[in-house]
Design a protein around this ligand. Sequence first.
Ligand code: PMT
Length: 221
Amino acid sequence: APNRDLKGLTVMVTAGPTAEPIDPVRYLTNRSSGKMGFAVAEAAVRRGAKVILISGPTALKPPAGVEFTGVETAAEMCEAVLERFPAVDVVIKSAAVADYRPARAAAQKIKKNTDSMSIELVKNPDILAELGRRKEGQVLVGFAAETSNLEKNALQKVAGKNLDLLVANDVTQPGAGFGTDTNIAKLVYPDGSIVPLPLMDKLALAHRILDEALALREGKK
Ligand code: PMT
């Protein structure tokens, strides 16, 4: 029989990239496929959790049984996440949220009548940091996509954003990060301890993250 150890818990998962409009036909985005976050949602629903999946644009089908909200921009993701946050037990933030967005989205398609142009970018809200400030007993799990100084950056994020756990992946390693069916992660805790994991399927990593989130939750009770 499947292990229903998350029954009674509400797990909110974010997934995918965000898309930040430049004009009606163009946007800024990143290489996230949504696979990592969708795997977490699928693993959690199989284990009996009530699952809220909030995702940017992907080619994936939401797993059966999850409550799905599709968003485009970081601002929309932020609103959807903050609205539900008070009623959830665990948050797993696998989404690759754009740090910046174009200051203005042009109302009409931008014409190619200059040899060069620049787009002014302004900072997006840091959703995870805001959750860290609002946290009232929820287990808060962040992700970190790094290309250098993985451990140093991860330790800064876990402390600076008031997280319970950070899943850090070096996205330059083959088999890790964006687009693949596998990942290589390090679990980084606020006490500074780091547990390196081997290459594994994103679904297996999802289960491992949920094991940790459940243990953290039970430690809190
Ligand atoms: O979707 P896949 O193709 O399967 O790829 C998986 C993945 C590489 C996207 C995933 O494993 C991953 O690393 N996700 C986090 C990517 C990321 O944006 O990392 P970051 O170090 O920039 O952000 C750190 C954390 O802050 C993340 O939990 C992110 O959701 C959050 N964040 C970032 C910026 C922002 N404005 N708001 C946020 O909440």
